[in-house]
Design a protein around this ligand. Structure first.
Ligand SMILES: Nc1ncnc2c1ncn2[C@@H]1O[C@H](COP(=O)(O)OP(=O)(O)OP(=O)(O)O)[C@@H](O)[C@H]1O
Ligand SMILES: Cc1ncc(CO)c(N)n1
Length: 527
């Protein structure tokens, strides 16, 4: 609460957060990361430099440590003038630096001190002398929170790096006990599918430690983890100064970092382990995002629903009732005829000849390849005629949505509306193939719906999907803000119709008889 009072006493809701750390000229770690992280999390950032590194995303090539007296001079300069609501300490480099900061802390006694005991960079380079560990432990005892990664935690407790989450928690408790300081155990370095962190707080005055507060988190699939530790510890210091609560601070900082990791591929920084996107939360950052990233993220719920539909699971397992598959194919043949016309309309609106040609080729192949597959399957396998019975309500609604979108005349929005038909089918095709079939195997040949699956899991279909995505991303980049919003809405509507379309065979059983002529195949399961 002291920090909150300090900030409040100056009449400002923006706390002053001091980073004492090394400089990373590539901007992803050290004081550069700290300044961005503090700013992105609502603080005013101050920075005192302990050491200068020469580094990039691939590694550290040199370290220069200015005279210790000058470090002290920087620390005194800021403390004599500015109320410090929280302090974050990063790279120390040597025992002398650690001792200098320790004696300054003793004198200034900031309300919140977060120590990230940096020892090795993500790239593997050493950032702390071997003989400095004792001095780091002394400094850690003066901190309010220490945030070691798995190897650093091991060095601080004098053990081998933890191989499991339980072992890491055990070491974290041991360190917290020895120091009398809160410890954040970070799961980033463990070979586990999730990315949990745990806050171990010393219980008030009783000297024992309650159960750790565990913060579960998803593991973002990215190489861009340069400076995650720096960014997290600065964010925690800032959110602690704002909220006055350690639990809230860690929860908020972790959620923010997850977003920064997930958006890191929007940046193009270096060839090694790149930085996170500290300012992913700004409205402007949304505009930098690819349409396909936004739309994919936005429709994760619908995709999950599709892959869980009885139609898709039964299709995957080869136990889908033939009558359902026949109904689905008949509806799809009707749909594809209209969809082909919509693609031709996209060609008519396309701004370049190459995009025009692309949509025309899609319009043609949609009838030739996909509809032909339907026709032959229906005729040969079942004797049923494609399109028999007319469109059902879902087919009608989906086609009307596409027709209305094309009539409104925006190429960008139309491209967004036709994209799920490519992308979701490629996804379902890949999913089905990965889950049951080895490509070209006897299983695929024997699978009752092998030919259908092969069409959508085909590399040529994947290539067309990639091109359609590229076009949508370009149209989005160049579109107005209203057009961008309309693109997302159109994509989501189409994705929802795709889901209903796969579910329509099951839903129809409630109000209609199976189509006539749908002879059931011997190996199919009766509905
Ligand atoms: N791939 C990932 N996805 C999500 N969160 C991650 C990922 N990698 C690390 N984190 C999180 O980032 C934070 C920093 O953890 P990590 O253990 O990587 O720190 P560090 O090694 O000190 O970082 P660095 O040395 O790269 O600055 C933790 O909250 C951890 O859970
Ligand atoms: C300056 C500096 N501090 C910390 C780290 C750890 O990521 C780094 N790579 N560089």
């Amino acid at each position: 609460m002291e920090a909150v009072r300090a900030a409040a006493s100056r009449g400002s809701a923006v706390p002053n957060i001091l980073s004492i750390a090394g400089s990373d000229p590539s901007g992803g770690a050290g004081i550069q990361a700290d300044i961005k992280s503090i700013s992105a999390n609502g603080g005013y950032a101050l920075a005192v430099v302990t050491a200068l590194t020469a580094q990039n995303t691939r590694g550290v090539t040199g370290v220069h440590t200015p005279p210790i007296d000058f470090l002290r001079q920087q620390l005194d300069a800021v403390a004599q003038d500015i109320v410090l609501d929280a302090v974050k300490i990063g790279m120390l480099g040597s025992a002398d630096v650690a001792r200098c900061i320790g004696s300054w802390l003793e004198q200034v006694r900031p309300a919140v001190v977060v120590l990230d005991p940096v020892m090795v960079a993500t790239s593997g380079a050493r950032l702390l002398d071997d003989d400095a560990v004792r001095a780091v432990l002394d400094l850690a005892a003066r901190a309010s929170l220490v945030t070691p990664n798995i190897p650093e935690l091991a060095v601080l407790v004098g053990a081998e790096p933890a191989a499991s989450w339980q072992e890491a928690l055990h070491q974290g408790r041991e360190l917290a006990g020895r120091l009398g300081t809160a410890v954040l155990v970070k799961g980033g370095h463990l070979p586990v599918p999730r990315c949990p962190d745990a806050l171990i707080l010393p219980a008030d005055g009783r000297g024992d430690f309650p159960d750790a507060l565990v913060f579960d988190g998803r593991r973002v699939a990215t190489m861009n983890t340069h400076g995650t530790g720096c960014s997290l510890s600065s964010a925690i210091a800032t959110r602690r100064a704002v909220t006055g609560d350690w639990g809230a601070a860690v929860r908020e900082a972790k959620a923010w970092l997850e977003g920064a990791l997930a958006s890191s591929d929007l940046l193009r920084v270096g060839q090694g382990s790149g930085p996170v996107h500290h300012f992913h939360g700004l409205p402007e950052a949304r505009h930098h995002r690819l349409f396909t990233d936004l739309a994919w993220h936005d429709t994760a719920d619908i995709r999950r629903e599709i892959l869980d539909l009885p139609f898709v699971t039964a299709l995957t397992d080869g136990v889908l009732p033939a009558a359902d598959f026949v109904f689905y194919l008949q509806q799809d043949a009707l749909y594809l005829r209209e969809y082909s016309g919509i693609l031709a309309r996209a060609a008519a609106l396309a701004p370049t000849e190459s995009e025009q040609l692309f949509w025309l080729r899609c319009a043609t192949s949609c009838l030739e390849t996909e509809a032909e597959l339907h026709r032959s399957w229906l005729d040969v396998e079942t004797g049923a005629r494609s399109g028999e019975g007319g469109p059902g309500p879902v087919t009608r609604a989906y086609c009307d949505h596409l027709a209305a979108t094309s009539a409104r005349g925006s190429y960008a929005v139309l491209v967004a509306a036709v994209l799920p038909c490519f992308w979701l089918y490629a996804t379902v095709g890949d999913y089905v193939r990965e889950h049951v079939l080895q490509e070209g195997s006897a299983e695929q040949a024997a699978h009752p719906y092998g030919a259908w699956i092969a069409t959508y899991a085909d590399p040529a279909f994947a290539a067309a999907t990639a091109e359609a995505r590229r076009i949508a991303d370009r149209a989005h980049r160049e579109g107005s803000s209203a057009e961008r919003d309309a693109m997302l809405a159109a994509f989501r509507w189409s994705a929802a119709y795709e889901c209903d379309f796969f579910d329509a065979p099951r839903a129809r059983r409630g109000h209609a008889a199976p189509p006539q002529g749908a002879d059931l195949r011997e190996d199919a399961v009766l509905p």
